[in-house]
Design a protein around this ligand. Sequence first.
Ligand SMILES: C[S@@+](CC[C@H](N)C(=O)[O-])C[C@H]1O[C@@H](n2cnc3c(N)ncnc32)[C@H](O)[C@@H]1O
Length: 227
Amino acid sequence: MTHPTDIRRERVLRVLDVYCCQGGAGQGYADAGFDVTGVDITPQPRYPLAFHQGDAIDFIRAHGAGFDFIHASPPCQHYSRTQKIRHRTHPDLIAPTRAALEATGRPWVIENVEEARTELRNPVVLCAAAFGMRTYRHRLFETGGGFTLTPPPHPAHTAPLTKMGRPRRPGEFAHYVGNFSGVQDARDDMRVPWMNRDGIRECIPPAYTRWIGEQALVQLTAWQVAA
Ligand SMILES: C[S@@+](CC[C@H](N)C(=O)[O-])C[C@H]1O[C@@H](n2cnc3c(N)ncnc32)[C@H](O)[C@@H]1O
């Protein structure tokens, strides 16, 4: 079988990673072989790749068409049950982000949490256990611009879960949410050694976007050959 990175290309393909935070998603595309630029509204000194501070939708509108593939992870607080219970309001960024992405004519994904399922069109679920991690961490991915995503087989959730605030016992899976304990354990498990707790709580493990990026490389290369 030909691996995507074996296919000869004239230049390194570029990914735009908007709402990038500390770069879980961005690092996975870099691992797949892309040149990655991250954009976030707040400074992200831990982001491990090229970074621009600014508004995601403005940046997509101004520069998105110049990238080969675009990844967007709008903040999930608007869709979170906890935030609704606390009567906090957050902007709904999925629909305007989609509109900006569609206008670029480039292939893209929008990622979000399960609570945002009704906002996403035919999303694909990726689960950390499918990538050998000791956490489940479901994330949904809507695709567009001609890109299609096939998930790996989804293993049954059979491992017992560590109770919040307790150390993990052998064989247990943990959720890295809220003020979870065991930051180093989470770094090791999700392979994000540069992140702090805030970044880990928000991130997609790089393995997810390496998986997506390798499929994007195959599809982008096939389009180049056909053009
Ligand atoms: C869920 S996190 C993204 C996690 C990231 N994909 C990862 O894998 O590490 C969402 C990020 O969106 C950023 N953000 C919120 N509003 C934004 C906006 N209007 N433009 C750009 N970034 C924004 C937040 O600062 C936060 O870092």
